[in-house]
Design a protein around this ligand. Sequence first.
Ligand code: BEZ
Length: 252
Amino acid sequence: MKTEETNKWNAEEYNKHTGFVSALALPVVDLLAPKHGEKILDAGCGDGTLGVEIEKSGAKVIGVDLSPEMISACKIKGIEAYVGSVSELPYHDSFDAVFSNATLHWVKDANSAVKSIATSLKSGARFVCEFGGEGNVQAVVSAMQQVYDKHEDFGTFNNPWYFPSVREYKTLLVSHGFTVAYIELIPRPTPMDDIKNWLEIFANGITKELTHKQRKIFISECEEILRPSLYTDKEGWVIDYVRLRVKAIVHK
Ligand code: BEZ
């Protein structure tokens, strides 16, 4: 669920502000359609909330996540889980399905991730995922870029996310032996209690080189830029999420 720089998320703090991440993922679990007796890898399993949901089918879930805190949270929920990278999975022809929610936009090396997922699957098995696609949090990324452009002392803005188009991701999947059964970009404007909390949780990798004072400026200027487009008195903050939802079958 995160990159090396951001793997320090605290499971409790993360969940307090981002419980919507799992709550909105149930359609992807439906697309996975887990079956009794299946062995399913949850790539970027987070705190195991969706693993528990998947295991209700009678399938066995194994979770992998970069964050040791998230893996501990999985184990408390009874989900078998290991610290590891989605791009370097230690599995070969092992799973009936690989599932991944809200993780793959953190993996810039998408080629290695898809290759590793393909290798982990049995021939004929499925890969079902959802993550940020083309246009995801575009207003937020643009605000971040503007703030960095304004403050030379902040250094260079490094966008940590990978938000592919349908065409780009389909091409990548096919290059690793998948046929794509379903792929769609789904705009999903998502309410958030406060943009400041979102920035504090998700931009901590971007701002890790900034001083405490610079970070405060970054957050308050991003908020100021974003308020006219993402905030209304009626609905509060609504973030411009766009999901890429995929089901693909691997052939070996
Ligand atoms: C997302 O779920 O789309 C997302 C989450 C955090 C940062 C960027 C994107």
